[in-house]
Ligand binder design. Structure first.
Ligand SMILES: NC(=O)c1ccc[n+]([C@@H]2O[C@H](COP(=O)([O-])OP(=O)(O)OC[C@H]3O[C@@H](n4cnc5c(N)ncnc54)[C@H](OP(=O)(O)O)[C@@H]3O)[C@@H](O)[C@H]2O)c1
Length: 272
């Protein structure tokens, strides 16, 4: 019984972990606890998993707890974990937190025992098994814990290990927020295409295949992005006109500064 994996919070990311694990045939391993009882009932019905009565019940039944609540809800959850750990002297749990900005040291201190903590930074394409998750270990977590976490997040796409926890803030600004940057660019391209006369459906179809095709080519090619740009942009041509405009208006610097802004915010949100 105690080998189960508990998920606290079944919103976007908690449900994504569950959905992809169920797809990989691992539904039986999971128990969930969600504050919103309507959502909890829905998730249990769709994925055919059980829910815990409360966090005590979840801790009793699970060896691994994935915390997937918003940063503002973490203290309530850790307070409950701390109480249960103290009362039941149950220290043999692994906590996996996917919460942006919450350091492993913060969780260790709040639970106030030598609790094993893994910090994970997934991203939204995890919903369809195309995500990338960065994992890092807390002070008391072991390589085995890292492997346990990797097994869970491998169902969501690719998993990489980041040995230095401070670099998780960089990962947050890159792959955590990154899908939104791409959607932002897609939206700008869509607006321009429609302003130039294309209908919504055709423009979306053209953009979709352009983005996916470009990424697939990038993956398949031995060239880096700069070389691939030169393969599209012929001298005096249309692409060159757009690229010149981007460069003249310092689009590369804007993206650079935007990522630094995300990194700075991730650090500000980061709790010591
Ligand atoms: N979304 C992303 O792309 C992304 C990427 C990387 C990391 N993350 C991290 O993932 C975490 C979750 O994000 P999300 O987008 O999945 O948030 P979300 O959709 O708001 O899901 C969080 C869920 O947890 C529930 N909850 C709150 N307090 C709880 C408690 N004490 N016990 C049980 N359930 C509780 C919430 O219920 P209520 O709605 O009723 O409060 C909500 O259903 C965040 O900390 C975020 O930093 C998100």
């Amino acid at each position: 019984m105690a080998r189960k994996i508990g998920i606290i919070g079944c919103g976007n990311m908690g449900e994504a972990i569950l959905a992809q694990s169920v797809k990989a045939g691992k539904a039986r391993n999971f128990i969930i606890f969600e504050k919103d009882k309507l959502k909890e009932a829905f998730v249990c019905r769709i994925y055919k998993v059980k829910s815990a009565i409360d966090i005590t019940d979840l801790l009793y039944k699970c060896a691994v707890i994935v915390i997937a609540v918003k940063p503002q809800d973490i203290d309530t959850v850790l307070e409950q974990i701390k109480k249960r750990v103290e009362v039941f002297k149950k220290r043999d749990i692994l906590i996996i937190s996917i919460i942006a900005g919450i350091k492993t040291e913060y969780i260790e201190r709040r639970v106030s025992v030598k609790i094993r903590v893994i910090r994970a930074m997934p991203n939204l394409p995890a919903k369809i098994g195309e995500g990338i998750t960065a994992l890092t270990k807390g002070a008391y977590a072991t390589d085995r814990d890292l492997r346990v976490a990797k097994k869970i997040f491998d169902s969501l796409g690719v998993t990489i290990e980041i040995p230095k926890e401070r670099l998780i803030e960089v990962v947050t600004a890159l792959s955590g927020s990154g899908p939104a940057y791409i959607f932002f660019i897609i939206n700008a391209m869509l607006t321009a295409a429609k302003a130039l006369g294309l209908d919504n459906k055709s423009a979306n179809q053209l953009i979709y295949h352009t983005v996916v095709g470009a990424m697939d080519l990038h993956k398949a090619s031995k060239f880096d992005a700069e070389k691939l740009i030169s393969q599209v942009a012929s001298k005096g041509g249309t692409t060159e006109a757009a690229l010149k405009f981007f460069k003249d208006n310092k689009l590369n610097e804007i993206i650079y500064d935007g990522m630094f802004a995300a990194f700075k915010r991730a650090k500000e949100l980061s709790r010591k």
